[in-house]
Design a protein around this ligand. Structure first.
Ligand SMILES: NC(=O)c1ccc[n+]([C@@H]2O[C@H](COP(=O)([O-])OP(=O)(O)OC[C@H]3O[C@@H](n4cnc5c(N)ncnc54)[C@H](OP(=O)(O)O)[C@@H]3O)[C@@H](O)[C@H]2O)c1
Length: 299
């Protein structure tokens, strides 16, 4: 059996450390980190993600505020709300749950979040800072993957890392993190996408293969190198009549097919997912510390 990279366990350790930091902030400086989550419309998956984030805030001791906005809100109204949250002394992190309804100008909304409160790290300023190796904060899922590797004793330095998927949320920022000239990075990174040719040849040369494409069970045993490490980011709903909800969540990797060939593998669920939320908490606490400079929070 391979080593199972346990994201749930690692995320609990991180949340424990954060809980201690949050209670010290409250005790010593009377500061409580605050996160505002903005949810537009009633996308069922988004609702689930938002409630998981609220639960994590409660666990760590972060104040959370949920703004539920009707589907038909205009871009201007949404930007107005975000600008008021930018000014709030109680709020140190702002998260706009994506995707937004089609009529909303997503770029305009993302750019209206103050870069200092942009705990998702989606603002173009923060994306640029990340790329030049001087990040304000790190994007949650990619940072969660790096931490999951490091805390499982797997250092990407000098290794060939192959990432499947070039989205702005996972693939591209993960590339930016792992190729940096810094500890815990320094990897040789190859980024693959739907136009990549000779995919199997490339994935089979990976010391660490990270799949983030949104295709259930896409990665099979004949695509991985023996003794390599596989990280599965995919979160795909597939029909399952035996499940209470009528579906189950599976990754982009065919776990059963791949597991006996690799040295270590992260499962779905229980791998990258919990790490993403732990990193959101970490960004919120760090944003609070840098915004307050240790001083009292205002209104
Ligand atoms: N666990 C977590 O916290 C977390 C966080 C975010 C996302 N996810 C999951 O991760 C997966 C990817 O999400 P995303 O937002 O990054 O996806 P996305 O925006 O849909 O992008 C998918 C990427 O995969 C590439 N792709 C699609 N089919 C491919 C194929 N057959 N071969 C090679 N590349 C292919 C696409 O290539 P092109 O660019 O050429 O179209 C694109 O770059 C989803 O299952 C999502 O639910 C999980």
């Amino acid at each position: 059996m391979p080593f199972i990279i346990d994201g749930k366990k690692v995320s609990l350790q991180i949340k424990d450390e954060l809980r201690a930091a949050v209670s010290a902030l409250k005790r010593e400086k009377n500061i409580v980190p605050g996160l505002a989550v903005v949810l537009v419309g009633s996308n069922p998956a988004s609702k689930v993600y938002v409630s998981m984030k609220e639960k994590a805030c409660a666990e760590v001791g972060v104040y959370s505020e949920k703004h539920l906005i009707g589907e038909d809100v205009s871009t201007e109204k949404l930007v107005e709300l975000i600008k008021s949250l930018n000014k709030s002394g109680k709020i140190h992190g702002i998260l706009v749950q994506l995707p937004l309804p089609g009529h909303i100008k997503e770029e305009q909304v993302i750019e209206s979040v103050s870069p200092l409160k942009d705990v998702d790290c989606f603002h173009p300023y923060n994306v640029g800072r990340l790329l030049i190796g001087d990040p304000v904060m790190l994007p949650c899922t990619p940072a969660g993957i790096q931490q999951l590797l490091l805390k499982s004793g797997i250092n990407p330095e000098g290794r060939h890392v192959v990432i499947l998927g070039r989205s702005n949320i996972v693939g591209k920022p993960l590339f930016s993190i792992l190729c940096q000239k810094s500890a815990g990075a320094n990897a040789t990174v190859t980024l693959c996408h739907s136009r990549t040719q000779n995919m199997k040849e490339i994935t089979s040369s990976a010391d660490i293969l990270i799949a983030a494409i949104g295709k259930p069970h896409f990665v099979k045993a004949d695509m991985v190198k023996a003794g390599s490490v596989v990280i599965d980011v995919g979160t795909n709903r597939v029909d399952d009549k035996t499940a209470e909800k009528g579906y189950k969540i599976v990754g982009d990797v065919d776990f059963e097919d791949v597991k006996n060939k690799v040295k270590a593998i992260s499962p779905v669920p229980g791998g990258v997912g919990p790490m993403t939320i732990a990193m959101l908490m970490k960004n919120t606490v760090n944003a609070c510390i840098s915004q307050t400079g240790g001083g009292n929070q205002g209104e």
